[in-house]
Design a binder for this molecule. Structure first.
Ligand SMILES: *Cc1c(COP(=O)(O)O)cnc(C)c1O
Length: 375
């Protein structure tokens, strides 16, 4: 079976984990702080590592004061993590439509959904594509709301403000098992706001304010300073050691993803009813490679998936629209025509750094043959 995605682990990661195990200090410690430094050097801003991308989003929203009764704009075409992070604060995720060409949040649609409760916008860099970072910042500035970027798909990508995470709003990355770099599970918050950084560092440790502790006691205290609701969201040393090793190999990992995506893009872009993202893969480091097929019969996509599975090719669907999930569907029906059109036509092809040229050729070959039969 050609896998849809996978973790790619080398001797470098194995050796790094071995060293943490030998040191017998598995919690949050030296490896986490080193990984934060390395990410900070890369991105030129401050970094707080946490246990997942979802935790990064949740803490960012909490730290900027998003709470019950607030609205947060978010594309419906995303992993349920984006929605859950918003509703975890008590706020209301306001599902927005995406642009039909780029599959990024439509600012036009978002504008129509602004209310006096809107506190933030959470763009999702779907497929690693980062097209309108500057426009999103301008939009937020114009409406006096914050930007919390869900950059889970886009570690290493460049947009019109440079490397993602190097500027703009608060940026959240995921380092889960299959993302552009992995820690096993993990994520981080990137910001240039020192107060916000301190806040999320406290919130990730059950609200225990380590710095105030140290200042008051001149060292470690057994009487913790806890002022607000925090969470058990810190990263651990094993995860950080894997992350650091992946970061050292990132050029190779990124290039392999970019080359695979370019291959698909070239092979499929002239196909009469297949669409691909308008990405320049010299600037985009893709987490997934989505296609969507222009067909009337919405059963086609699922049939195609089954046929490809018979060929030994695993495919996926990213994503089922969140506004149609039980938890997030409102009594008043939300109309997101592009998202709903895509929902039954979108399919994700295998993408990970260890795909061979032969495997890529085979996927394209089988896909085109199976598509021909569906016509
Ligand atoms: C992976 C992902 C997340 C969440 O990250 P985890 O580390 O899995 O919690 C959030 N948003 C999107 C779009 C993702 O793909």
């Amino acid at each position: 079976m050609i896998r849809l995605s996978k973790s790619c682990i080398s001797a470098v990661e194995q050796e790094a984990v071995r060293r943490v195990l030998d040191a017998e200090y598995l919690g949050i410690g030296k490896n986490v702080f080193e990984f934060e430094e390395e990410l900070s050097d890369l991105l030129g801003r401050q970094v707080c590592c946490v246990s997942s991308g979802t935790a990064a989003l949740h803490l960012s929203l909490q730290a900027i004061g998003v709470s019950a009764g607030d609205d947060v704009l978010v594309p419906s075409l995303t992993y349920v993590a984006s929605f859950q992070a918003i509703s975890a604060t008590g706020a209301n995720p306001v599902a927005c439509d995406v642009d039909i060409e780029t599959l990024q949040i439509s600012l036009q649609d978002a504008e129509n959904r602004l209310t006096d409760r809107t506190r933030a916008i959470m763009p999702v860099y779907y497929g690693g594509l980062v097209l309108n970072q500057r426009e999103i910042l301008d939009f937020a500035g114009k409406h006096s709301i914050d930007v919390v970027e869900d950059a889970a798909h886009a570690f290493g990508s460049h947009g019109n403000l440079g490397l993602v995470g190097s500027s703009g709003g608060i940026t959240c990355f995921s380092f889960d098992g299959i993302k552009n770099i992995t820690c096993g599970e993990g994520g981080c918050i990137v910001t240039n706001d020192s107060d916000l950084l301190e806040k999320v560092k406290t919130l990730r440790l059950l609200g225990v304010d380590k710095d105030t502790d140290a200042r008051r006691q001149g060292g470690r205290s057994w009487r913790p300073v806890v002022r607000e609701q925090g969470w058990r969201y810190h990263m651990n040393n094993i995860a950080a050691a894997i992350g650091s090793a992946q970061l050292k190999r990132f050029d190779v990992l990124a290039q392999a993803r970019q080359q695979a995506a370019s291959y698909y893009q070239h092979a499929l872009s002239s196909h009469s009813f297949v669409h691909v993202l308008p990405a320049d893969y010299s600037y985009t480091v893709p987490h997934i490679f989505p296609i969507w097929i222009d067909v009337h019969d919405t059963a086609c996509r699922d049939v195609l998936g089954e046929k490809l599975r018979e060929d030994g090719i695993e495919t996926g669907v990213h994503y089922y629209p969140n506004h149609l999930l039980e938890k997030y569907s409102t009594i008043e029906k939300v109309n997101l025509p592009n998202t709903e059109y895509l929902a039954s036509r979108i399919m994700t092809l295998p993408l990970h750094p260890e795909l061979t040229v032969e495997e890529l050729e085979y996927v394209v070959n089988r896909l085109c043959t199976r598509l021909e039969a569906l016509r």
